[in-house]
Design a protein around this ligand. Structure first.
Ligand code: GTP
Length: 601
């Protein structure tokens, strides 16, 4: 049957171990991309999206591959390669891509060996019951040590080191053998071709011209062109405008059968109407039960986004609306700040997600924006037993606090054994609790820690890298909440709270936060006509103080006796300056000072 000649697989790898480059070689080896059309990172469509203004984030490519058996007969197969992102923020995307596959190519750099994300992805693939094909990449590198790392991989997944394939994504060496192995080792899809149609949505992207393009893996039955489809979670029915496969451009087909991977277009305009994890069925003969879905991604990190120019607020709202069309994990709601004006409180999967959104707002929408310090989600219980969810430190409830809970993560750190002590020190200083340690080999260690999310979202990764000279790698996943001695530190200017600078920190670091912020603001805020105290306080207790001394001379004084037009010019200039001033009580602060204080590290 056709189903027996399908193979669905992903490539999983630590970042920079060469996933995109290997994918390029596969496209070439299978003839899907002609040599003259080949360009590096063929499947990374973001660039093309910008050039052509269309969105076809190609998440699944179909490639033909023929294998000649021992008896000399040739059988042709269709291989679907499903892409997975590499960064920890997006590991939920990895899990949903893997759910659409029967096999995974575990790609490891032959000069670096297994890294933290290699393991994280491997565990996910094993949990999903996928067949693992271990592969060492970059064997052309002089520094490659395939013998050593084949043994390492073999001991982790429990296979013979001889079974670890060796390839070079650069030269293409070993790629045909890898494709043969995929056909041989990965099982064909096992759904019921005769059953009611059920297809799993594993990605959904918004395209300006075509509306939402939905990527599906058909599990049972078939979806046919021109029929009506139903989203099982909502019962919403849509016309199927187009159905097809990506190879590597979208190619319309008459339908998708059980086991096949492809795309469909219904004309809906919002990815939320075509939700990742939902089951698509045929409206005429709907399936009774949905496929088991994915967990909804939950925002983990929040920060305020404000336009530098207040009149850009509507433009910022439009831009966020547009980004949301393509990013179900992004959340936002309006927020007002005394210091920064009107903006939005946004929720992200992690810091990388935050940076991507910021960068897209700046580059694609030409917006100049400020973001406030990122915060995690706290759960505050007051003495009256009321429970408050706090995503914005300035909204920390007043009243006597009984308990504050913060999110924690389970972190896996892979490091050369020489750095074990250094890593332990770092984790200790970030309130980490060691959960265990495994030696992958004599020289490499896998360390497990429970750490507060708030302690790793900011600069933990940078600190880890610099202390281990770049050799340690990190992966983490949410692991519930814990109670902690957390306090809210307010920053006061002349006795008035500056909302954008409130922070929730551990009591032990509250003092250093207070000292740092008051010093910074003292330097950035220009002198006023009067003396201005800058204070850090927990509740009503001041923990740090700096003073901005008063100006000695009236600026206009030097104009007395001068000509009137000069004086007017000076006043004019002052007024212009005033426009960008924010008044905190009686203190006028240039917005730039706030931006600088938020930006500096
Ligand atoms: P992300 O897409 O950023 O997750 O990385 P990736 O895993 O896709 O890695 P990518 O294909 O971008 O390759 C990372 C770097 O390794 C690039 O500079 C490649 O040119 C290089 N590279 C990839 N494969 C090979 C190889 O087989 N040999 C050598 N020498 N370099 C390679």
């Amino acid at each position: 049957t056709a189903q027996a000649r399908l193979r669905n697989f992903s490539i999983i790898a630590h970042i920079d171990h060469g996933k995109s480059t290997l994918a390029d070689r596969m496209l070439q080896a299978t003839g899907v991309v002609a040599p003259r059309d080949m360009r590096a990172q063929y499947l990374d469509r973001m660039d093309i999206e910008r050039e052509r203004g269309i969105t076809i984030k190609s998440q699944a490519v179909r490639m033909p591959w023929s294998v000649t058996g021992a008896d000399g007969t040739t059988t042709s197969y269709a291989l679907n390669m499903i892409d997975t992102p590499g960064h920890v923020d997006f590991s939920y995307e990895v899990s949903r891509s893997l759910a659409a596959c029967e096999g995974a190519v575990l790609l490891v750099d032959a000069a670096q060996g297994v890294q933290a994300q290699t393991l994280a992805n491997l565990y996910m693939a094993i949990e999903g019951d996928l067949t693992i094909i271990p592969v060492l990449n970059k064997i052309d590198l002089p520094a490659a040590d395939p013998e050593r790392y084949a043994a390492e991989i073999a001991s982790i997944i429990g296979c013979d080191p001889q079974e670890v394939l060796r390839v070079s994504g650069k030269t293409g060496q070993g790629v045909p053998e890898l494709l043969d192995r995929i056909v041989e080792a990965v099982p064909a899809p096992s759904g019921d071709p005769q059953g009611a149609a059920r297809a799993m949505i594993f990605d959904s992207v918004y395209d300006t011209y075509r509306g939402v393009v939905t990527y599906v893996r058909v599990v049972d039955g078939a979806l046919n062109a021109r029929e009506r489809i139903e989203m099982l979670s909502t019962g919403a029915v849509h016309d199927l405008l187009e159905i097809g496969v990506i190879s590597p451009e979208p190619v319309p087909t008459t339908g998708l059968a059980a086991g096949e991977v492809g795309y469909l277009i219904t004309g809906v305009k919002d990815v939320r109407q075509s939700r990742v994890g939902d089951t698509v069925t045929a409206a005429a003969a709907p399936a009774a039960e949905p496929l088991s879905g994915y967990q909804d991604p939950k925002p983990m990190v929040f920060s305020g986004l404000f336009p530098v120019d207040g009149s850009d607020f509507p433009a910022l709202r439009d831009a966020l609306d547009k980004l949301k069309l393509n990013d179900a994990a992004l959340t936002y709601e309006p927020e007002t700040s005394v210091a920064l004006g009107f903006g939005f409180r946004c929720g992200y999967l992690g810091l990388l997600h935050l940076e991507i959104i910021r960068e897209r707002l700046e580059r694609e929408f030409n917006l100049d924006i400020i973001s406030t310090a990122p915060s995690v989600v706290y759960e505050v219980t007051l003495e009256d037993k009321s429970v408050h969810t706090v995503t914005n430190p300035s909204e920390f409830p007043s009243g006597k606090v009984l308990d504050v809970r913060e999110p924690v993560v389970r972190a896996t750190i892979l490091t050369p054994s020489d750095y074990v002590g250094t890593v332990m020190e770092l984790c200790q200083s970030r309130r980490g609790t060691m959960q265990g340690m495994d030696y992958l080999s004599e020289s490499r260690v896998e360390m497990h820690y429970t750490l507060p999310l708030a302690e790793i979202v900011f600069d933990f990764f940078d600190a880890l890298k610099s202390r281990t000279r770049g050799y340690a790698s990190l992966d983490y996943e949410p692991d519930g909440e814990q109670s902690a001695d957390l306090v809210k530190v307010d920053i006061l200017l002349n006795g008035e709270k500056v909302d954008a600078f409130s922070a929730i920190v551990h009591r032990d670091s509250s003092y250093s936060y207070g000292v740092m912020m008051t010093k910074r603001l003292k330097e950035l805020i220009p002198r006023q006509q009067f003396e201005v105290p800058v204070q850090a306080a927990i509740g009503s207790r001041v923990i740090a103080r700096e003073t901005i001394r008063a100006l000695r001379k009236d600026m206009l004084a030097k104009c007395y006796g001068g000509d009137i037009s000069r004086k007017r010019k000076l006043l004019e200039k002052q007024k212009e300056g005033k426009k960008r001033m924010k008044a905190i009580g009686r203190v006028d602060v240039p917005q730039e000072a706030f931006i600088a204080a938020l930006g500096a590290d």
